[in-house]
Ligand binder design. Structure first.
Ligand code: ATP
Length: 364
């Protein structure tokens, strides 16, 4: 088990900078997920850590070793890939024990480790099969078994669940989490799926355009995003962003939306927002903070015309447009609304975020 440090790590493909000097400290046994849209540099970062990609500048430390020039095989890491990368001509058992045999482990030790991993991953009955006779999730378990038996200092996962259907993805996600609880190991996991990131990670690293936008625990990331990018990327349906203007009145601050609606700002925010008075701002409100729930303290009415209704069983998503933009509200399952209908929603302003429209920074 080891700490992992990335210090000012940069990767440029010819002139194209894919990763711009990122700093990341991963604690021993921590499960860190790198998440971000396609092309943000997360796979490149993982591959540099694995030694599959040279770094252009900076330092990568695993434990107390600077590994910049250490071959992948000597880094004491194990990687699980999206495409499983199993040897097709070998049985499951041979695939799992391959790395141990190469490293000349004693036979009894190999048997013990393979049996332990197979039991933990529930693949003991499959040990004599070839990969082509396995389902996608069984192959993924074999790939994980092969990584586990090596007891590496660091586990790396590169989108391991992307080839599975939605139901299996959720099931394997839980298993990966349980495995980490059973055998805590420093883990770096790459995904573009924010739900996967939130559910698995001790800490999530949100990347955008080769830079780290925010590193935080899932709940902090959700409730206190530092930028509009993170606020919009984490959470589904995504946070609503309204253009508006911060106005001062005798009662305090309020936000004037494009359609003329005025939403009062909670008094506790007055100091934090003071410098934005009489300026254009962006108001961020998650769909669950736009509801039909009447009379919650700090809520303000907002009348909208329903565009699309999505009943999900546990709740109803209602989409409406305002000034040409589409927004989403989450209503209780009992809500009866129809497209074209005018409804009064309540904006829970105690959960609002004020975003600087120029810098994209969340003020609070
Ligand atoms: P995805 O989710 O699509 O895999 P990602 O966030 O993992 O995206 P990377 O694969 O790390 O992104 O790529 C980061 C950027 O570097 C992208 O713009 C990509 O086109 C570019 N890139 C990656 N590999 C190479 C390469 N071998 N040569 C040139 N450019 C590359």
């Amino acid at each position: 088990m080891a700490r992992v440090s990335l210090r000012k790590v940069t990767k440029a493909y010819e002139a194209f900078p894919a990763v711009h000097g990122i700093d990341l400290e991963i604690e021993e046994n921590e499960f860190v997920v790198l998440v971000g849209p396609s092309g943000c540099g997360k796979s490149t970062t993982l591959r540099m850590l694995a030694g599959l990609e040279d770094i252009t500048s900076g330092e990568i430390w695993i434990g107390d070793r600077l590994v910049n020039d250490v071959e992948p095989g000597a880094r004491d890491i194990a990687m699980v890939f999206q495409n499983y990368a199993l040897y097709p001509h070998m049985t499951v058992k041979q695939n799992i024990e391959f790395g141990l045999k190469q490293r000349r482990f004693p036979k009894a030790e190999i048997e013990r480790r393979v049996a332990d991993a197979a039991r933990m991953l529930d693949i003991t009955p499959l040990l004599d099969r070839k990969p082509r006779a396995l389902s996608g999730s069984q192959r993924q378990r074999v790939a994980m078994g092969r990584a586990m038996v090596r007891s590496p200092e660091v586990f790396l996962f590169d989108e391991p669940l992307s080839n599975l259907d939605a139901k299996l993805r959720v099931q394997m996600r839980t298993e990966i989490k349980r495995l980490h609880q059973t055998i805590p190991t420093t883990t770096v996991y790459v995904t573009h799926d924010q739900v996967e990131a939130m559910t698995l990670a001790d800490r999530v690293v949100v990347m955008n355009k080769g830079l780290i936008e925010q590193i935080d625990e899932p709940q902090t990331l959700y409730h206190r995003p530092s930028s509009r990018f993170v606020a919009g990327f984490i959470g589904s349906p995504a946070m609503n962003f309204f253009d508006g203007r911060l106005e001062g009145t005798e009662q305090g601050l309020q936000i004037r939306l494009a359609d003329g609606t005025a939403l009062p700002v909670p008094a506790a925010r007055a100091e934090a927002y003071g410098t934005y008075r009489d300026q254009s701002i962006t108001l961020g409100l998650r769909p669950e903070h736009l509801t039909a729930a009447l009379g919650k303290p700090g809520s303000a009415p907002l009348t909208v015309v329903v565009d699309v209704v999505e009943p999900l069983g546990i709740e109803v998503l209602v989409y409406f447009s305002l000034g040409g933009e589409l927004y989403c509200a989450r209503l209780d399952a009992e809500a009866r609304v129809a497209p074209g209908e005018s409804v009064q929603l309540w904006a829970d302003m105690n959960h609002m975020h004020l975003i600087d429209p120029t810098s994209g920074r969340v003020v609070y």
